[in-house]
Every structure is written in structure tokens, then in C-alpha cells.
Design a protein around this ligand. Sequence first.
Ligand SMILES: Nc1nc2c(c(=O)[nH]1)N[C@@H](CNc1ccc(C(=O)N[C@@H](CCC(=O)N[C@@H](CCC(=O)N[C@@H](CCC(=O)O)C(=O)O)C(=O)O)C(=O)O)cc1)CN2
Ligand code: MET
Ligand SMILES: [Zn+2]
Length: 762
Amino acid sequence: MSKVHNLGFPRIGAQRELKKALEAYWRGDSDQAALLAVGKALREKHWRQQAEAGLDLISVGDFSWYDHVLDMSCLLGVVPERFEHAGGPVSLDTYFRMARGRAPSGKDVAACELTKWFDTNYHYLVPELAPGQQFVVSSDALFDQVAECTALGLSPKPVLVGPLSFLWLSKLEGGDKLTLLDGLLSVYGEILQRLQSQGVEWVQLDEPILATDLDEAWQNAFEYAYNRLQTPGINLLLATYFGGLEGNLATAARLPVAGLHVDLVRAPEQLVRVLDQLPPYKVLSAGVIDGRNVWRTDLQACLDTLEPVASRLGERLWLAPSCSLLHCPVDLAAETGLDPELRSWLSFAAQKLNELDVLRRALDEGRASVASALAESQAAVEGRRHSARCHDPSVRARLAAVPQDAAKRGVAYNDRAVRQRSSLSLPLFPTTTIGSFPQTQAIRQARADWRQQRISDEEYQARMRAEIEIAIRRQEELGLDVLVHGEPERNDMVEYFGELLEGCVVTRNGWVQSYGSRCVKPPIIFGDVNRPQPMTVQWAEYAQSLTDKPVKGMLTGPVTILQWSFVRDDQPREETARQVALALRDEVADLERVGVKVIQIDEPAFREGLPLRESARAHYLNWAVESFRLAAAGATPDAQVHTHMCYSEFNDIVEHIAAMDADVITIETARSAMELLHAFVDFDYPNEIGPGIYDIHSPRVPSVEEMVERLQLAAERVAPERLWVNPDCGLKTRAWPEVEASLANMVEAARLMRERAVSGAA
Ligand SMILES: Nc1nc2c(c(=O)[nH]1)N[C@@H](CNc1ccc(C(=O)N[C@@H](CCC(=O)N[C@@H](CCC(=O)N[C@@H](CCC(=O)O)C(=O)O)C(=O)O)C(=O)O)cc1)CN2
Ligand code: MET
Ligand SMILES: [Zn+2]
């Protein structure tokens, strides 16, 4: 009897119950009691659902009000001073102020920094450590939830971010984070003891950094830490995921823990070496069900791998998904609108638990005991492999025939810049925005009504056009130089394209948490990608018809579409990226044809796609740059191509960003006080650049003075002729009053800069 378990379950709820409850609480439309009740009900529902699916151990601690790393910070007492936490348990509103800068009670304050969780579209709040940081248990949430789970008659397995990954993900101004390890371990020790006294037997410590390149100091720290963490009565399960252990394998294998979880989806080849090095007392948790994708598992192939392992390890073999199911939609049962064939190929979080159960039964009782489930899995896998809908010979033929120079603009940047400057007649320090304007309730309602067929196509079109006209008029009044149509027609910058491209399908309810209460519905790219008709042209053309100012066409780039979708696993990702790129290339050509002279191709997920391992990076960067260029390079020299990136550390990839050869890049910089710009300056970034000077993640209206100050800083480092003035990112999550006030200040800041430039020259 091997055990099955789960590394974590989606917390948002099948109907996004948590999102709705959180937003109602933040708005002041409900109280804490109501919010707490929703959380409790969701936890119970998810625990029972997992127990019913046959899981032996139930993860506790995977639920979170906002983010599980923030939960860890509160558990460990890592609350920066500005939140004025007086000691004792961190209150819910302090927690929300750390997350969002604002809560129903307590004063507004700058939120903690939000950043990408490894190579996912999930964002965590960066723990802020102070020099000499003290750690002290400051939350009862985990212990309360363990008690809650036990009271239901279930066996809780608490899940925590491990001490080394916690430290690694934190930031500490000046100083070596590892010097804080001792203090941190004392508190982890206390937590483990408390859990032990609650009757807990297994605790999962997540150490995803073991799937990255670690230097000797960090490897040694693992040895030291896990020796210190030994707690009588507690079995530690060390969980690694998002990749193979590679150079960290020896370290991980010999740590004094009772079990090791490895990702056999991302790194199946590591199994042999892991088995070789696993000490005879240790449990191996085999992560065989893909926690990062939605395809139904090839259970027979899985069993081919697992059967020999099971006969070798017996009860020491456990089965699990590769990583937490946080990154998967909750339940396929809700997808009643999907084509049945396609649907048979898929498996969401709830279905993945069933797959685990089938595998366990096959191992325990033989394949014959689950013959029909195995046959179904086989049929789905075979069906997808051979389905005509996944293979479009014309797409393949076109890609094969793409000429060598298709990914290169005909004219070099310096010459393009001269031509564009004259054809667009832009001032010094041109102002623009990143694309989206507020997605108001009216816009969302119109879209919901249209989907439910409560309003006609014509009515929906008319309403979106009205929104575009409002956006254009407001931008003209504000005096912006390059306008946007505002993206009212887009539910999301990726899902929108997923709906229009062939080879992709979107779900009705396949929500995945991106950060806090914000969710996305990643499209599913199942086959060869093709653009049956223009996707954005009518909106851009309409917007341009309303004004003499240039309107910037708005596309999402190939890397971002790939990164924020569930991607077919039967061909290399880069091949799919190239197909998407060709579809976008046609869109660029069509936009130019209707008179759009500025085209932005967003690549906010360019950095996110960078492999966790150094050894895989060059290959990725090569095809990622190439596919962007394939999308963009069909533009004539007079057309100005922009790109936009946000939420990223650019330092290590500026050279490759430059190789994308966009005429203009706009980047997020406001939250990090223009730090990011340094990467571009140090590298001597050759083309135009718009460092975001207005932090769109906060409702605060930035003053003219602070924006001038930021521009001044930028102008000292980048030639003024190459500088643009813009916010950090799109404005879809903001409200119009603050947007208008902020943009008015931004335009005024640009005007002052021009004035200074003129008087400076005189
Ligand atoms: N895919 C993606 N990833 C990204 C980003 C992004 O923009 N897209 N930005 C960065 C930050 N991440 C973000 C992720 C989501 C949202 C976001 O605003 N999401 C919206 C959902 C957007 C959406 O799909 N909206 C749909 C459906 C909206 C909806 O909930 N409709 C109601 C009905 C209408 C209503 O009453 O509002 C319903 O279905 O119940 C639409 O507009 O059509 C949300 O969670 O609230 C923002 C940033 C990084 N990753
Ligand atoms: C996450 S990047 C967003 C870019 C998009 N054009 C917008 O303005 O919303
Ligand atoms: Zn952005």
C-alpha cells in the first residue's frame, strides 16, 4: 500500500468564492465574520473532496487569504516596521495592508513587493527582512487549521515553505541572508514542535530552490538546517518541484528527512539517479501527475515507469502531482460547453486526484483492477496524438518555408528612428500609456450580457465602440501624444487571443489564481495555431478614425501568449511559439494596412519564461527573441514597433531584450525607484525606452514633482531623444478618476521636461 498525497490544492474555489468574498470585504460590503466563514467552508470542502478521492494525507496550509508566502512571513513574524505591528498575532487587516497597502481598518501604507513565483504566473509577496531580523511565531492560523482538519476526522499534513526557500525568496537590504538562518531555524523548530503536540506526523517543507543552481554556501546551509530541524515524532517530507535536482541531488538525498518529493514531469530522467542515491529508510514521493498543465495523464506509460519502482520500494513509494495544483483550474466538471472530444483529453485539479487514485490501485491490486480507467486514459492519449484537429499541414508548411531574413527588420534602428520621427511628428519626451484603460463594471457587465446572449453582437460592438470613443476623447483632452484604444473588448490580454486563434480553446470557468483575488483563465493550446481572421484590426481602425494623433495598435506577443496558456506537450514549446508568431505577424501587416503606424507587442512574460537552470537559458532566449522578431519584423521601417515588459528582473537579460530590436520598450520601474533602468543603462540599451514613472499598482495619484524627478534621473542616464513618458503597466485594474488625475500630472511632467530641455539648450 503506497500512500497518495497532494502538494497543495487550488484555494480560490471552483466558483471563485474566495475572490468574491475577499473583494466584498475590501469594498466594505461584508465583514470579517462573513469572510472567515467563506474561508472555513472552502477549506472543509477541499479537504473532504481530497479525502473522498482517496488521498491518505490532507495538505493543510495551502489555503491562503492572499498568498502562502505572505502567510509564512506572518507565521514567522516578518512584518516590516511601517505596518506598525505591535507584536502578538498579526491581524487580518495588517495582513491585507502588507498585501495591498490598504485594508478596511488601519492606515494606508506602501504594500510589500509582488513578484513572480519561479517560472509561473503566480505572484508572491516578497518577505522583507531587516538586518538582525528577529523571528517569532506570530500567527495561529496554521495551528487552527490543523485542528480544524483533525476535527473532521482527517489526517492533516501541514505544508510550509521551507526555511531555505523562504530566505532565498526574501529581500534583505545589505548583508548576507544566510546569517539569519539560525534565528529562523529556531522558530521553524518551535512550529514543528507545536504541530507534533497537535498529533501531526508528517510535515511537508517545500524547497523549490533545489530545482535552481545553488552555490556551495546554500547547499551547505541545507545540510546544516535540516540537521537542526529534526524533531522527534515529526516526519519531514522535503518537496522539490519545477525541475530536476541535478547538482543538488546528492545534498537533497542525504538530508536527514523521512521523505523526498521529486518532480518527474519536468525531470523524468532524474528518477534513476534519485533511486540510486535514496537512502534505504527514505520515502520517495513521485510527482508523476503534471501540476502545471491540463492534459490527461498517460496512465499506462506512468505505470510502466512506476511498477519497477514500486517493487523496489514497496510502501516507501508515494504518489503525488509534480507540484501544488495551485497552478491548475479546479474542476473539469464545470466545462459543459467544451467540445466532448477535447474535453476527454483534459484533467483539472479534481480529475488529477482521481488519476492518482487509479495509479495507486493499479500498483496495489494490479492493472486489471482498474482496466476501464486505464483504457479511457489510453483512448484519450491516443485520440489526442492522432486527432486531425491538432495538425494543420498548411501551418506546418508555412513555418517550414519562412525565409531566413523574416525575423529581421529591413532597415536598422537608427535609420528607422529618423523615418518614424518625421512620419509621426512626435515631441521630445513623447507621452503614451501601456494599453488598457479601466475595465469598468459597465464593460464587464456588457461582456457578460453578450456571452449570455442577453445583448446582440451589434449591441456589444456599439458599446465597445462607445468605450473606445470615451478613451480617445479623454486622452486627447489630457494631451497625450500616442493614444491607445483602451482594450475594453478584451477580457484578458491572452485569453482574448486564445478565443480568436485556431488551435486554442478557452474554458468557461478554468480560473487560476494570479495574485491575491486576481485570476486568469489560461487558454489551452491543443493544436497547430492559425489566425482565421484579423483579431484586433476593427477596433484599432475605429480608434484611429476618431483622431489625428497616432493610435498604437495593441497585440500580445508570442512568448507571453505561450507562457500564460496551457501548452500542448507533444512538440517543443518553441515550435508553438513560432506558430503564434506567424499569426501575429499577419496581424501586424493588417494593422499597418488600415493605417496604424505604431504597434505594441506586449511581452510581460518574457522574463518569466526564462528557465530556472542556467544551462537551459541560452536556448530559451534564442527562440524567445526569434519568435518576437518573427512577429514584429514584417513591419515596414516607418511603422514603430513597441514592446512592454513588467514584473521582471531585467538585469540578466538586457542584451537579449535589445536583440528583440523593438523601436521602443516600456518597462515597469516605478516601484523599484528606477532601479531597473540601471540594467538598461549599464548595457547601453540602443533603442528608445519608456521607464514607467507612475506606479499603476496603487490607487495613489503621483505628483508632477515626483514624476519630473524620475524623468530627470532617467534623462541623466539615457539620451533625452530616446526617452518616453508612460506609466508602469496597463490601467485596467484602476478607476477613471485616479487615472485621469495621474495622467494629467504625467503629461504636465513631460511638458516641464521639454521646457527644461529647450531652456537648457538656449
Ligand atoms: N493572463 C494574464 N496574466 C497576467 C496579467 C494579465 O493581465 N493577464 N497581468 C499580470 C498580473 N496579473 C493579473 C491577473 C489577472 C488580472 C485581472 O484583472 N483579472 C480579472 C479577470 C479578468 C477577466 O477575465 N475578466 C472577464 C470575466 C470577468 C468576470 O468575472 N465576470 C463576471 C461577470 C461580470 C461581472 O459582474 O464583473 C463573472 O464571470 O462572474 C471579462 O472581463 O469578461 C479578475 O480576476 O477579476 C489582473 C492582473 C501578470 N499576469
Ligand atoms: C501585464 S502587461 C499589460 C499590457 C496590456 N497592454 C495592458 O495595458 O493591460
Ligand atoms: Zn505590464
